[in-house]
Design a protein around this ligand. Structure first.
Ligand SMILES: Nc1ncnc2c1ncn2[C@@H]1O[C@H](COP(=O)(O)OP(=O)(O)O)[C@@H](O)[C@H]1O
Ligand SMILES: [Mg+2]
Length: 588
């Protein structure tokens, strides 16, 4: 006989290899158990980044003596019983692997007591072997102590990084779990010093402020969306906030913190033109979906999930984000806005418009969080009053003061000063004209070239250009194949008439190939439109007449998304009188 069933101690150690990657994994599993046990207070004590000690104490339901002895057996769980349970998991844990795995690679002590029990019980395990089981006087709840992690797995022990690094992972882990449960008190200590002390608060926004920092107070805006059986809530940062990594993005699916590409992608798509590529927002997103439509059993540490209908989830998150941001844009289009307001009012509510929209003109922005006692949805207001409350800003109302360095338009609003980037603004205008209005309804004329311009391209470029001909056509650039890798340009939009059209097309092709081209992708088609708009737009360092400026500024009112150019840069910035007074130290 060569094949043997592994002794349990060894199989637990093997499981530990997957479940317990590093000290923060232990913290995660123990805190998840505490939450599953209904705790409202969780204390996490760590020494030396978790190498020498991790202790998690909770005030949850505790365990009876029998349950405690079972809990350290492999596959022992109180959370699932039947096959079907596996497809409707509402708890964090379900595999029954964590405790035996952790106990197999450390010096492990479990002390637990049920509420009405006479006394508690203490179980000590070393390297997977039970050393002692005793009755023990203890408070209600559970305390698990993990000493000398990886004591008997030298390879793992070597892989542990510096105390700072491991503690950093632990702090991140606790932060992500605390963001998901504002109703639980979390306290984290390292070497006896308090790292976090997060009291329970009435809503997730206040916890977000505790966890992400006070500076997020004025830049997080509510997300609220419901479609069929998917509900989305949480907080996203205003597009003015830019981070260079996605580390400020926290995603919870049915309360579970996960790294999910589908949702993260949808979030960024929701910002679309408002963020430049490579920039990330802050956000805390809660996606709630029926348990049977999401598989949580796809990753050993339960960090990932899989949705039955990814597309639906993607769409819902993207729409939620987009609508929330549209409402934030003070220059949003009236018709678009009201149409949208009606369309979304069934499912989407922002509890409190930031003060920027209110016509009192006093402050540019107020605390965006709803007061804790204001429930969603906000009180219904009669339509007229509502129009008034949400009175939008219009570019038409800006008083033009002049042009700065042939590049920026200076204007005055009731609240202060507004500077407009003429190139970015014109780019936005052309982009929307090209994109939204079908050809024929375009205001700008298309100009036929008397002698077609012949473009010779490389083999790869030719293949791509061929597939994009309909997209160029939509912008007014008519191109026909001319044999081999050659193409004939027959017409261009009037705004490109005095440009080197060959150079424009070649540059567009290069950019598209550089960003990776897949035929039929909406992205490539959109990129063509963006780049044509960019080439057609007035440049910086170009003097404009008063009339040209007025026309340009007024046209922004026709845009759906007037505040950002198609690449995500802002088209305007503003200073309120308040802000100016502050800068000039007129006020305190
Ligand atoms: N802090 C705790 N409070 C109460 N019960 C606990 C606690 N930790 C673990 N348990 C019990 O021990 C069982 C095994 O825990 P674990 O190995 O993490 O598996 P799982 O969480 O997947 O069920 C749990 O199902 C639960 O019944
Ligand atoms: Mg567990």
């Amino acid at each position: 006989m060569k094949i043997k069933i592994l002794p349990e101690i060894i199989s637990n150690k093997i499981a530990a290899g997957e479940v317990v990657e590093r000290p923060s994994s232990v913290v995660k599993e123990l805190v998840e158990n505490a939450l599953d046990a209904g705790s409202t207070q969780i204390l996490i004590e760590v020494e030396k980044g978790g190498r020498s000690l991790i202790r998690v104490s909770d005030n949850g339901v505790g365990m009876s003596k029998d349950d405690a002895l079972l809990s350290i057996e492999r596959y022992a769980t109180s959370k699932i019983f039947k096959d079907e349970d596996l497809f409707s998991i509402s708890t964090f844990g379900f595999r029954g692997e964590a405790l035996p795995s952790i106990a197999s690679v450390s010096r492990f002590t479990l002390v637990t007591k049920e509420k009405n029990a006479q006394s508690g019980i203490e179980i000590r395990i070393e390297g997977g072997k039970i050393m002692s089981v005793n009755d023990k006087g203890s408070p209600d709840g559970t305390m698990i102590t993990v000493k000398d992690l990886f004591v008997n797995t030298p390879a793992r022990r070597k892989f542990m990084k510096s105390t700072d690094t491991e503690m950093g992972h632990i702090a991140d882990t606790v932060a992500s779990m605390a963001l998901g449960r504002h109703d639980v008190y979390f306290r984290l200590l390292h070497n006896g010093k308090t790292v976090y002390n997060w009291l329970t608060v009435p809503d997730s926004a206040q916890r977000a402020e505790d966890v992400l920092g006070k500076e997020t107070r004025n830049i997080l805006y509510p997300l609220k969306f419901q479609s069929d059986n998917i509900s989305i809530s949480g907080w996203i940062s205003s597009p003015s906030v830019k981070r260079s990594t996605g580390r400020g993005i926290y995603i919870f699916v049915n309360g579970r913190f996960v790294r999910d590409r589908v949702i993260q992608h949808a979030l960024l798509e929701g910002y679309s033109a408002r963020l430049i590529k490579g920039q990330f927002p802050f956000s805390v997103i809660f996606v709630n979906i029926p348990y049977n439509l999401v598989d949580v059993n796809v990753h050993p540490a339960k960090r990932e999930v899989r949705f039955a209908d990814q597309k639906k989830v993607h769409e819902s998150v993207e729409t939620a984000v987009k609508k929330s941001l549209d409402l934030l844009d003070p220059f949003r289009k009236t018709s678009g806005y009201f149409a949208q307001k009606q369309e979304v009012s069934k499912s989407f509510d922002v509890s409190e418009p930031p003060a920027f929209y209110k016509s009192d003109g006093k402050t540019s922005r107020s605390h965006p969080y709803p007061p804790p006692s204001v429930p969603y949805p906000p009180p219904k207001i009669p339509p007229d009053a509502q129009a008034d409350l949400w009175e939008k800003k219009r570019f038409k109302d800006l008083r033009i003061l002049g042009q700065l360095h042939g590049t920026y338009i200076i204007s005055e609003s009731d609240e202060g000063i507004v500077l407009i980037d003429q190139h970015a603004a014109h780019e936005r205008i052309l982009y929307e004209q090209l994109k939204i209005r079908p050809r024929g309804a375009i205001q700008h004329a298309v100009q036929k070239l008397l002698i077609p311009e012949i473009i010779e391209t490389g083999y790869r470029e030719a293949g791509v250009l061929e597939k994009l001909l309909p997209d160029f056509q939509k912008t007014g650039i008519e191109i026909e194949p001319f044999g081999g890798n050659a193409f004939a340009v027959k017409s261009v939009p009037a705004f490109l008439a005095d440009k080197e059209v060959k150079a424009v097309i070649v540059e567009i092709m290069e950019k598209i190939i550089e960003t990776g081209f897949a035929p039929g992708l909406q992205k490539a088609s959109d990129e063509v439109t963006k780049l044509v708009a960019c080439h057609g737009a007035i440049r910086a360092n170009q003097q404009l007449s008063g009339r040209e400026i007025r026309t340009l500024v007024d046209q922004l009112d026709d845009c759906e998304m007037p505040s950002h150019c198609p690449h995500g840069r802002p088209t305007w910035i503003s200073f309120t009188i308040k802000e100016l007074e502050k800068l000039f130290k007129r006020t305190g």
